[in-house]
Each structure stands twice: as C-alpha cells, then as structure tokens.
Design a protein around this ligand. Sequence first.
Ligand code: ATP
Length: 669
Amino acid sequence: MPKIVTSFEDLDFLGSEAVKKKATARKVKATPSPVALQIRQQILNTDNLPKNAKTVSPKMMDASHLSSRQRMERNIHRLGSKSPRSPLKLSILTPSVINQTEGTALTPSPTNSSTTTSKLTPLTVTQDTIDPVKKSNRNIATMSEYSASTNKKSDKRLSITPTMNTTRRVSKISPINSAHGRTPLNCVLDSASESDGIATRRNLDKRSARLRYSREFTSLIVDCNVPSTPKVSSPSCKSIHAFVRKRPMFSHEEQRGDFNVVSMGDNSDVIVYRTQMAADMNTKIVQPVVFNNWTKVFDSDVSSEQVYQQVFFPLVERVLSQQSRSATLLMFGQTGSGKTYTMSACQRLLGEQLFSHVNTALVQSLELAGKTCRDLLTDEEKVSVQIQEQLDGSVHYVNALAVDVGCAEDLAFVLETAISRRATQSTLQNDVSSRSHAIYQIRLANGGLLTLVDCAGTERKNDSIYHDKHRQAESAEINASIYALKECIRASQKNNVHIPFRSNLLTRVLRESLVSDSNALAIIATVAPNATDTEHTLETLKTVSTLIAGNIIEGEPRKSVEDKKVVKSPVNVSDDDEVVAKGPKQWNRTELMEWMARKRLFRGVIPANMDGRSAMRMSKLQLRSAFYDGDANLNRAEALYKSLRAENDRVLRLDMKRRFTHQTATAKQ
Ligand SMILES: Nc1ncnc2c1ncn2[C@@H]1O[C@H](COP(=O)(O)OP(=O)(O)OP(=O)(O)O)[C@@H](O)[C@H]1O
C-alpha cells in the first residue's frame, strides 16, 4: 500500500525520513533532502492543486505492487540499459485513482473457460445390455440422471463461475511463470551492451542463444547431413504402437525468433536438430538426432481426424470385434505440446465409431494428482476414490461414478464435463497446463475396455525453478509417476513375472489395461517444433523410444565457419586505437566543445583552460557554475556529468574488446 501524503509536512517521507532518522541518531540537525525540497517547490508552483489532493510518489506507486523478483528484474533492466533513472515526477492521485491502480495490478486476469451446453436425449437402456457391466457393483448412473444432476450443477457452475475459476482453472498470468513476461537475465545485459554499439561475447543460456542466432542456426540446419537409418522391427515391443505428433509453431513463438528444429523423415523417422553454441560462445553447432522405429509420425499439418484414423481407430475395431480385450491410448509429452488437444479430438471421434456398433457403454473418469485420486464425473471435490484390485486382475474404483451412455453426443458431453473439471495451472510453457493425469475409461457390454490417458505435462528441472515449493513437489510427483509407468510397460513387454504396478497410483489404475495379454497400447508422443524446447522434445522421444526399442542415432555436428573468418582476419589495432580509444580524459578543449555540441549538452564557448580531463574531475555543482551560469536547475549539469562518464565507459569497453580481438588473432596466427 503506497503511503499517502496529505500535507506538506508529510512530504518528509518522500526523501528525508531516512536522513531525519540518521540525524536524530547522531544528534545533529536534520535537513530535508534535495528531492523533498524539489517536490515541495513543484507543489508550491502547482496552480491547479485541489484542496484535499492526495499525492504520492510514482516511484513508490510503481514498486509497491511488485514482487521481489519483479523489482529485481526492473532493476536489472535499469542496470542493463545504463539509462539514467527517470527524474521523479509528481502525480496527483485521488484515493479512487490509487485504489483503481492497485486493483489493476492485483486483480488476476479472467480465465477463458468455456462452458459446454448440450442437448441430451433421455436414454432407453434395457437391463440386459448393461448387466455384464453392472455386475461389478459400481455406482451406476443412467445418462438422464447424470445429465440432470450435471445440468443442475453446470447451471450452478455458470452462476458461480468466478469462484470455480479461481479454485479450479487457475490461469494466473504471473510474470515469473509466463514465458512472455520473463526476460532472461543474460539477454538483457547483452542487448544493453549492443545498444552501446558493442557486440560483447557473453555467456548466453541455450534458449537465449537459439533465439538470438536463429538465422545462423536455420541455415546450418538446411546444410546438415542426416544419417540414414534402416527400419528395424523390434520383436520386444509386441503390442505397443508408438506415434509422434508435432504441433504447429505458434505465431508468438515465431515472433520471438524461435524456429523449427523437428522434421519428419522417410521411414517414419523423427529428426531433431540440436542447436547449441560452442565453448567459445561464437561458433554455432547443429547436430541432427534421428529417432526411428515409430509406427507412424504425424507432421504439424496432419489433422486430428487423420491421427485418430491411424492410431486408435484400428485398436477400437479390435476390441469391438473381441480380438483384443482392451485398448489403451496414452498421450505423453511436454507441457503445451498438444496432448489435451489431440485427446479431445480422439474422444469426439471415438463416440462416432463406438456407437455405430454398440448401444451402451459405461464411462468413468479419474484424475490422479500426486497421491490422490478424484472422480472427474462428480462435483464433490473432497471425496477421494479408492482403488481396489480384484482377484481376476480387474480394478474397481470405490466412490467413483460410472455413467451409462447410449450415443456419441452423450459420450462427448460426459467426457467434456470431465475435462473441464480437471485441475490446470499456468506454467512457463502453457497458460493452462494440466497438472494431473486424467483417465477416461469406457467399458463395453461385450467386456471390452477402452482407456484413454492424458498424462500431465512433463517439465524439466529448469522450467520448475521458478515454481513455489508446492509446484516443485507436484512436478516431481508427475515425473515419478511417468517413470513408474515406463518401468511397468517395460517389464510387461519383457514378460517379467513381477511388474511393479503398486509403485504408483497411475500404474495401479492402469493395471487392468497394461497387464492384459490381449491389450493393445498406443502411445502418442506429442512434441513442440520450436528450438527453445529442443531438450524437452529429445527427452520425450527418448522416453518413448526406450519402450519401443527404437534407435537413437546422432549425426555429424555441423559448425558455423563465418565467425572464424572474422577472428582470422588481421586486425589493425593501431589505426582503430587512434579513432576510438580517445576518451573524454584525452580530449582537448576543441574536442570537448565539439562533443558537447553534438550531444546537445552545451553550445557556446567554454573557459580557456578547460579540457576533457578537467571536465571529468568536476562535480555536478562545479559543472553547473562552469557551463550553465549557476542555473538553479541542476538537471542540465547532471546530464553533462552522466554523459561524460557514459562516454568514458563506452570507450574503455571498446578498447578492451579491441585488445581481446587482437590477442585472439595473434594467438591463432
Ligand atoms: N496440432 C495442433 N494444432 C493446433 N493447435 C494445437 C495443436 N496441438 C496443440 N495445439 C494448441 O497448443 C496449446 C497447448 O495444447 P494442449 O493444452 O493440448 O497441451 P498439453 O500438452 O495438453 O499441455 P499440458 O500438459 O500442459 O496440459 C493449445 O492452445 C492447443 O490449442
């Protein structure tokens, strides 16, 4: 809360409170600071000041609502840009304005949650058709019961949207977690030095370097030799069908300079171009990494319908014709790579396929977050679902609702409701990232089981360093469950006697789908195309590759050569020295006058004995009396004082750079 000034006496807090305190401690008379005096002067000169006007320092207003990290970033900006602090301006704010300003800063942006309404047909399901499913003693709701309760609750949800939004679909746009709000430290410092006309070599992190040298990297990618890989058929992955889907590049990614590093090769290979800087922070390196043995790969222009047709359609057909007892579709990939996007489309298309063959199905949906399992088909948040493994290998969910659906629209409605209840969070990669695993199970009257798993987005350690403790623990849980899933799939593929299903909630729930001999499992690895996500993409593909015993072949790295030429070319140090290595301290009187006129700092004749060195030695007050006739305003003298030092620093940095280049060139020769 910014402090509000109501009288001139209160003005002391703006500048002289600290001085006063210090002075009292030392028992000397306190004098108001120049800033406070300046503001008092401005107020006295203000004609239109309303009687009870509240005044507040904009500096304090600006900083009051910022978090410590935001303040730090702001200071880094100031430091990096080397710009003088903007002079303190007086603003007159009424309390309502102050409240409004605070409100804007603190109010979270509204979420874009959409609410689905659907016209539902009451279902006519005969007892016989669902009997085999009902045998397992579940809480079964007919579709009309469910839709009635959900509609009532959705209406309620609509009317209390703000509460639901803040508790369930959290999409805070915090500058720390938002990819667009956060500015990498190295970038700031680097661009600052460039604005001074100096291209200094600094340690850039991988992502910043990729954005900065995107053009160089892209041309290297074009010239890269990709190793050819023969298609291998792996006998070990008997029933896993692995696919890769690449999402398109977003316009905001292109705008920030990101570029495509994922391409789909012949033989259903995926090529990821790993781009990095060499240790000298100058040479650019591109290395192609090829992943093979995929069932099929989908480029960014392939539609979700085509993906469904080639991935899940044949598996569902097998279950419908009872060739397989169960079919599982697992979406796996980094956060923001398109898992939920693909899953939603698959769910929609599944209904159409399913209900052209059957009349009824039982739907259950669970959310696994950490160590808790929640039913996504009910609104009751606190009821946790117990998982019970039956002797016959099936899994029973205590406290979970099963909804009996009879047409594609109903299935879509139930699944959409479940998706909308899933907990989401704003992460660095995705503004509405799913922080839980969502499981959708559809049991058919013929005993078949269809399972769709939308895994929580994986995050690498670097992405989560800005999360709070809770979010870091959440990310660790997600990674642990994915590891457990991987281990179980691997063990079941090898026909191991012991499969560690009990190690994690996710594997306990999926036990029935994974253990079944006639289960067909399809995994879609979703990847983002952009260079800044290269490590995520490699990690996703490696993880799935180990399950299908795919090969990972690293190609020859290709290095940039143009920068080496620059280093090898002879540098004429002495010539350049003459031109630029002359700072203010070496200027004679004429040079000082010319520079000041060019910078519009002073036009006129300066004292006869004045040169650059003597000007550099002068304080602001001395400069004021020497150049500006003791002008009451110190601003011009201050500007001259700072400009002289900035010029001196600039020349010093240029000089250092020249020496470094010269030394490197001499060493190479
Ligand atoms: N193939 C695609 N075509 C067009 N847009 C896509 C595609 N894949 C993903 N998107 C868009 O990318 C954004 C992120 O996708 P989505 O929410 O599905 O990611 P996710 O992998 O589920 O993330 P998380 O794991 O964090 O939930 C969405 O806005 C989605 O519309």
